[in-house]
Ligand binder design. Structure first.
Ligand code: ZN
Length: 436
């Protein structure tokens, strides 16, 4: 499987392009915390991967939270006194405040203005606004357009429904040789925003598609759920089975041009060391962030009552990139190459988690003679690089049953695949035995 990880270049190029095409299809859908936009998103994903959906009724208690009413919107627009539609949901799903209650009214501009949200500092951008837990309604638009509105009476229509329904989340379990699971989670509640949300959905989907063709040691579970309340609903429903989650990653904001960023789990876990080794081995610029209870759904998975071994993989973290939660977070800042590298990185992390083992050196009294066994350069060039030779010595030296291959890769500074390859060769030469 280590071999496979180095071999995905061509396949991942296809995955990156396909991930981008998926984002283009999902972009116009009006997602929110609940409703048909989320279901339509799952309909599209199901063309690529099978999903098992769960519908959680409004009013269901999940820990300290309650599943909210379901929101759906069919039309939302504002007509100016001259008869022109000056704001229309059909132009962008960002134009209506998510969870707006229905309204059908005529009102003067002064009254309407209190319901219009803009960014005076960024007059060309439309902000993204939600009001999940306070009943209200409103529209979002570029400040420049607000300034152009003429005085007079405006027709306002929001054809929405807000009432008891369901919250929808979806899962895919790819079964491995063991029941220990790697949980890959991403959120599905943002409307037409690209990096913040859709990139995670696209990367998770392509990752699932690729993994379903491989043979795995861990089972891998994918969770697509609306932010915060979605993971909480899933955690609540699975609270007796959470010990199956051996490792996990939440994916967010992972399609822009920034370097990959890994945020450690709360508890400190093997997945942290695996992700850090993969990023280090890539040789590309990246960042590793300490745990903090601020960010996305990792706040729920890593709450003290669960404390799951889950890290977060992103590029530029949410809130740090220009135009966060505005219409500037559009498809033009996403590249297929960035998506491809993200999928490739997740595959490499999973590969480390699947292949990491502890070995014991069967000839620990001094170094065994490697040349005699054809493992050393002096025996006729069988070893390709100096790294391979050093890896043999590191694996032999640290394999006392307490260090895993990942430990050895971390301590030696050698790439994980080189360490894993050395262990395979030493095992074949009967110098090592697996202990766990
Ligand atoms: Zn967001």
């Amino acid at each position: 499987m280590v071999e496979e990880a180095r071999d995905i270049g061509v396949e991942a190029a296809t995955l990156g392009t396909e991930a981008y095409a998926l984002m283009e299809r999902l972009f116009p859908l009006c997602r929110s915390l609940t409703g048909d936009g989320v279901r339509a998103t799952f309909d599209v994903l199901e063309e690529l991967i099978p999903l098992a959906r769960t519908e959680v009724p409004s009013g269901t208690r999940v820990f300290d939270w309650t599943v909210p009413d379901e929101w759906n919107v069919r039309e939302a627009y504002v007509v100016a006194p001259d008869g022109n539609r000056v704001i229309d949901l059909r132009d962008s799903t960002l134009h209506v405040v998510s969870y707006s209650e229905p309204v059908r009214a005529m009102m003067p501009l002064e009254e309407l203005r209190e319901r219009l949200f803009t960014l005076p500092d960024r007059p060309d951008l439309t902000p993204y606004r939600t009001s999940y837990y306070d009943r209200t309604w409103g529209f979002c638009l570029p400040h420049r357009r607000l300034l152009e509105l003429e005085p007079g009476d405006y027709e306002v229509v929001i054809d929405s429904t807000l009432g008891p329904g369901h919250l929808t989340y979806a899962e895919l379990l790819i079964e491995g040789a063991t029941q220990d699971e790697v949980l890959i989670s991403t959120y599905v509640c943002h409307p037409s925003l690209a990096n913040d949300n859709l990139s995670g959905i696209a990367v998770a989907t392509m990752l699932a598609k690729e993994l379903s063709r491989r043979s795995l040691r861990h089972s891998v579970r994918f969770l697509f759920a609306p932010g915060t309340i979605g993971p909480l609903a899933w955690l609540h429903a699975n609270r007796e089975r959470l010990d199956r989650v051996a490792h996990g990653l939440t994916l967010s904001c992972i399609g822009d041009g920034g370097g990959l960023t890994y945020k450690r789990s709360r508890r400190g876990a093997e997945v942290d060391r695996a992700a850090e080794a993969v990023l280090r081995d890539s040789g590309r610029p990246h960042r590793v962030l300490e745990w903090e209870p601020w960010g996305g759904d990792e706040r729920q998975f890593c709450a003290p009552g669960f404390d799951l071994a889950m890290g977060t993989l992103m590029r530029t973290p949410h809130g740090e990139f220009d135009g966060y939660h505005t219409s500037a977070d559009a498809l033009d800042r996403i590249s297929p190459a960035a998506l491809e590298e993200a999928v490739e990185t997740c595959l490499a992390v999973l590969d480390v988690l699947d292949s990491d083992r502890r070995y014991v050196n069967l000839t620990p009294y001094g170094e065994p003679q490697l040349g005699r066994r054809g493992l050393y350069r002096s025996a006729g060039g069988a070893v390709a690089t100096p790294d391979d030779e050093r890896a043999l010595l590191w694996v032999l030296n640290l394999s006392d049953g307490s260090s895993s291959l990942l430990d050895i890769a971390t301590r030696s500074g050698l790439p994980y695949p080189v360490i894993a390859r050395a262990a395979e060769r030493l095992e074949r030469a009967e110098l090592l035995r697996v202990t766990g």
